[in-house]
Design a protein around this ligand. Structure first.
Ligand SMILES: [Zn+2]
Length: 109
C-alpha cells in the first residue's frame, strides 16, 4: 500500500465518512492500476454506473442552501416576535416574579 492509498482510505485504515470527506456528487478517479472507478453521488449511478448523473449542480445546491437560510431567518423573526410579546405579557402580569422564577427553574438557570 502506498501513502496515496492510505490518504484515500483502505480496508485497514478507512477514511472517515463525513459531509466534508464525501464528494458532493459523482466522482470519477483512476486507481493505481489506471482503471477508471466511480464513486457514485446519486442513486441513479449507485444502480448503474452508466446511468445519467442526477446529482445536484453546484448552483442547485447553492439555491437550496439560500432557501434554507431564508426559512431559518423567517423562523427566527417569528420566534423573536413571539418572545417579545410573551416577555411583555409576563412583565405586565401581577405574578411576574413568580412566573419568572418558575421559568428560570424550568430552564435550569
Ligand atoms: Zn451523480
Amino acid at each position: 500500500m502506498s501513502a496515496r492509498q492510505i490518504a484515500l482510505g483502505d480496508p485497514e485504515v478507512p477514511a472517515a465518512s463525513t459531509p466534508d470527506t464525501i464528494p458532493a456528487g459523482c466522482y470519477w478517479w483512476t486507481d493505481l492500476a489506471g482503471d477508471l472507478c466511480l464513486l457514485p453521488g446519486c442513486a441513479a449511478r449507485v444502480q448503474d454506473a452508466d446511468a445519467e448523473c442526477t446529482c445536484d449542480t453546484l448552483g442547485a445546491r447553492y439555491a437550496r442552501l439560500q432557501r434554507q437560510m431564508r426559512d431559518q431567518r423567517e423562523k427566527q423573526r417569528n420566534a423573536d416576535v413571539w418572545w417579545r410579546a410573551l416577555r411583555a405579557a409576563v412583565e405586565a402580569h401581577p405574578d411576574r416574579a413568580v412566573i419568572l422564577a418558575d421559568a428560570h427553574r424550568r430552564a435550569g438557570r
